[in-house]
Design a binder for this molecule. Structure first.
Ligand SMILES: NC(=O)c1ccc[n+]([C@@H]2O[C@H](COP(=O)([O-])OP(=O)(O)OC[C@H]3O[C@@H](n4cnc5c(N)ncnc54)[C@H](O)[C@@H]3O)[C@@H](O)[C@H]2O)c1
Ligand SMILES: N[C@@H](CCO)C(=O)O
Ligand code: NA
Length: 437
C-alpha cells in the first residue's frame, strides 16, 4: 500500500487534480510552506504532479509537474490525490481508482460527496485509504472535522446554517437597501459576488448538497442531495424583507438538518434548504455578506456556532491543506482517519411531514368577522396560531399571523385556502420562521 513506505520517513507524494481558484492556492501554499508542513505532518509533503486541462495555459506553474492526463497521474507513484476539479464524472472514476489502490483522497467536491459518498467510502474501506473533504462545506470553517471527530461522543439534534455565500450576500443587500431580488442579483454579478451562471447558488442546489453532507455526518445516516427539500431565493421579494423587518426579523437562506422524533418515538432526519425569517437577535442574523455560519445543537454540548469564510481560493485551500496534513500524519504512523459513520441509518422525513412554523402577511377587507374567518381556516387545517397583529389602512387591514409548529403540508394547504378567500385582497408574504422572538 502506498502509505506503508512513509514509516521510514519517505516523502509523501501528492497528485493535484485541477488548478483553478482553489487548486492554484493549494499549489502555492504547498510550495511556500513546504518546510512547516513537513514538520507538522512528520514527513515531507511533495507535489508530484498537477493535472490541468491545458498545460500551455499555465506558465506560472513548474512545467515538469504539469500533465493533461489526470487518469495517468492518479495511477502513477503518488500517495495522496487532491481533487479540485469539481463535478461528478470523470472525477468520480479517478477517485474510485485512487481509493481502491490505497491512495488517500482529499477533495472539496460537494456535488460528488452529496450523491456518491457511499461508493467512495466503500472503496476507501476496501483498501484502508482515507477520505477527507473539509473544504466541501463552508470552505475554511472547520465544521466537518468537529462533526466527524470532536462531537462523535455527543448526540447532535440540529445543524442549521448559512452555507452559501452568494445568496447570503444578495439577501444581506436586499435587507440593507430594500431593493428587489432581480436588481440585487444584477448588482452582485456586477461586483463579482455571483457567478456568470448563478443557478446552483440562487436555486439552492449548492446549499442542498452541503445540507446532505451535514445531515449524513450529524445523524450517522446516508442523506443525498436528492433527499433534501430545496427552495432558492428567487421568490424572495422586497415585501418579504419588509414584512420580516416589521417583525424584528431578517431573511436568510438556511440549510436546516434536524433529528425529528415522532409521537411513537421513531426517529427520522429532516434536511431542507429554503428562505427563513429569523429574529434579528439570532446569532445567524448578524452573518452578512459572503460569510458562512453554522449553528449546531447537541445534547451534551448545547449550542455551538461556527463562523468564517465559506469560499474563496485561499480560505478553501486552508481546509484542503488541513486535510492533507491529517492524511500525511496517518500515513506516517500507519493509521487511518474516520470512516463512514452511517450506522443509525435514519430514514429521511418528507418535507410535508416536517414540523415548521409559518409567517403569513395578508391584506384583508376591514370589516367585522374577517379575522375570525381567517382564523377558522387555520383551525380547519389543525394549525395553531401563535401571534396575530392587525393594522388598519382605510378599507383594508393588514394582518400578520405567525403559527406554532405544524406539519409543513398542513401549513401549505392553509396558505392555499386563505389565498382563495374573497375577504383576502392580497397575500403579501408567506415564509417559514425559525427561532424564538
Ligand atoms: N471556489 C470556491 O470558493 C470553492 C469553495 C468550496 C469548494 N469549492 C470546490 O472546489 C472545487 C474546485 O473549485 P474551483 O472554484 O477551484 O473551480 P475552478 O473552475 O476555478 O477550477 C477547476 C479547474 O479544474 C480544471 N479542470 C477541469 N477539467 C479538468 C480535467 N479533466 N483535468 C484537469 N483539470 C481539469 C479546470 O480547467 C479548472 O482550472 C469544486 O469542487 C468546488 O465546488 C470551491
Ligand atoms: N458558490 C458557493 C461557493 C462555496 O461553496 C457560495 O456562494 O458559497
Ligand atoms: Na469547511
Amino acid at each position: 500500500m502506498a502509505g506503508l513506505s512513509t514509516a521510514d520517513g519517505k516523502t509523501i507524494r501528492v497528485a493535484l487534480l485541477g488548478c483553478g481558484t482553489v487548486g492554484s492556492e493549494v499549489a502555492r501554499l504547498l510550495t511556500e510552506q513546504a518546510g512547516e508542513l513537513a514538520a507538522r505532518a512528520g514527513a515531507p509533503v511533495e507535489l508530484a504532479g498537477i493535472a490541468v486541462r491545458r498545460p500551455d495555459k499555465h506558465p506560472e506553474l513548474p512545467q515538469h509537474l504539469l500533465t493533461s492526463d489526470a487518469a495517468a497521474l492518479v495511477e502513477s507513484d503518488v500517495d495522496v490525490v487532491v481533487e479540485l476539479i469539481g463535478g461528478i464524472e470523470p472525477v468520480q472514476t479517478w477517485l474510485l481508482t485512487a481509493l481502491r489502490k490505497g491512495k488517500s483522497v482529499v477533495t472539496a467536491n460537494k456535488a460528488l460527496l452529496s450523491e456518491h459518498s457511499a461508493e467512495l467510502f466503500e472503496a476507501a474501506d476496501a483498501s484502508g485509504a482515507d477520505l477527507y473533504f473539509e473544504a466541501a462545506v463552508a470552505g475554511a470553517i472547520p465544521l466537518l472535522r468537529p462533526l466527524r471527530e470532536s462531537l462523535a461522543g455527543d448526540r447532535i439534534t440540529k445543524v442549521m446554517g448559512i452555507v452559501n455565500g452568494t445568496t447570503n450576500f444578495i439577501l444581506s443587500a436586499m435587507d440593507s437597501t430594500g431593493a428587489g431580488y432581480a436588481e440585487t442579483l444584477e448588482e452582485a454579478s456586477r461586483l463579482g459576488y455571483a457567478e456568470a451562471d448563478p443557478t446552483a447558488d440562487v436555486d439552492g442546489y449548492d446549499a442542498a448538497a452541503k445540507a446532505a453532507i451535514l445531515a449524513s455526518l450529524a445523524f450517522h445516516s446516508r442523506v443525498t442531495a436528492s433527499d433534501v427539500h430545496r427552495e432558492g431565493i428567487a421568490g424572495v421579494t422586497a415585501s418579504d424583507i419588509a414584512a420580516a423587518k416589521a417583525l424584528g426579523r431578517t431573511v436568510k437562506l438556511l440549510a436546516i438538518c434536524e433529528r425529528v422524533t415522532a409521537d411513537d418515538g421513531t426517529e427520522s432526519v429532516s434536511a431542507r434548504v429554503h428562505p427563513v425569517m429569523i429574529p434579528r437577535s439570532h446569532p445567524l442574523a448578524g452573518v452578512n455578506g459572503a460569510f458562512n455560519a453554522v449553528f449546531v445543537e447537541a445534547d451534551a454540548a448545547g449550542e455551538l456556532m461556527f463562523y468564517g469564510q465559506g469560499a474563496g481560493g485561499a480560505p478553501t485551500a486552508s481546509a484542503v491543506l488541513g486535510d492533507l496534513v491529517a492524511v500525511a500524519r496517518n500515513l506516517v504512523v500507519g493509521g487511518r482517519g474516520p470512516r463512514e459513520s452511517a450506522h443509525a441509518a435514519l430514514p429521511v422525513r418528507p418535507m410535508g411531514q416536517t414540523p415548521t412554523r409559518y409567517h403569513v402577511s395578508l391584506d384583508v377587507a376591514d370589516r367585522p368577522g374577517v379575522l375570525a374567518q381567517v382564523a377558522q381556516v387555520f383551525a380547519a387545517h389543525d394549525v395553531s396560531i401563535a401571534a396575530v397583529r392587525q393594522r388598519d389602512r382605510h378599507a383594508t387591514a393588514s394582518l400578520v399571523i405567525v403559527t406554532h409548529l405544524a406539519p409543513d403540508a398542513a401549513l401549505q394547504a392553509t396558505v392555499e385556502a386563505i389565498g382563495k378567500m374573497d375577504v383576502v385582497h392580497e397575500v403579501v408574504s408567506v415564509m417559514r420562521v425559525e427561532g424564538e422572538d
